[in-house]
Design a protein. Sequence first.
Length: 384
Amino acid sequence: MKIPRLISAAIALSLFLGVLAARKETEIFSDTFQSSKIAKETEIFSDTFQSPKISSAWTVHEGNWAIENGALTVNNGGLIVLNTPPGGRFTMEFEIAFPSNWMSVIPFFTGPEDYGTLYFGGGYWESFEMEGKNIGNYVQRRDPEIIRTGGFQKIKVISDYGLVSFSYDGKEKGPATIPFRPGSRVAFRSLPKSGPLRIKTFRLATLGSAGASTVYQLPVSALVKGVIYKDYQYEGKPSPADLLTIEASTGVAELKYGFKPGEVFESCFVRIPVGAAKSKTILMDVESDNSRNTFFIIVHDVSGEQHLVFKTGMAWKGWQNVGVNLQTFLESPPKLERSIIHWGGDQNQKIDFPIKAIDIGVAKHHIRVKDSGQVRFRNVRFTE
């Protein structure tokens, strides 16, 4: 059995461009707030910057940050990171006086060269994922009021496993998709010569599940039916099953990979049969090898169409919760165009339920490469 070359080409091109589910001017969520199920906020950190010294909860990576007149301030560009990981569902609120040029709020920071960010500046906002020198997955909208120099604005950022929206002075913006990065932290950044940046009254809180229910839990009996594929030179074929081991008592699956040195792109993944009814989120626990290779998830809908719903650099150690927000995949875009994240089946570029299979795997990263390693996962579930 061979996998169509389009599958591999789609993953490769997506990794090269950094593109994932960017939809233009398409409503992907609305709420009349008739339900009593409201996500509960649990504050995990706040700072009013009244101390003369910056709290040890923050780490300065770049710039001469200081507290001046009750505000966290940097005058010539810099990067500062909050040490507390918020998880995938959180909200952060702060007051900010923008620099004259631009700055960024980084909800998924894993390193100076590897993060997901919101970008503010020049009358535009956009989101993108940055991996080394690649920038992609952007949504850009003109809004000349978004930057107001000379005074503080109240900003609120809400993340639901990478579906990120924000408001400034009560005006709602977004949402945009920024791939969630397990174990990531939040950060602020501005460029040199961009003018002073000031932040005050910062608050970070996690969001509860608001009564979300599990519609499908992947059983061990489905894991053992998984078929391994090694993808080489844009063509895939079943691979020896000994690359996947399953601990029946714990439900932990371990996928081993070994790439050929010097090759631009390879992947190794397991295709697992599922039977998931309409879902909004995929959740699983993942233990990475911190290789910086790319962990990815593809779902196969009932029509046979495949959707690349998630990818992220494996930049963490130990077990982390990985969440995939599917809301941007529930409706077809108003104008169907060729897409590198949807292929096969009825080609309507949305998930038609039930989901029949899921691919979980690792792709060689085209910049930072470790040729062999393993990824472990467990507790795969689909929630509504």
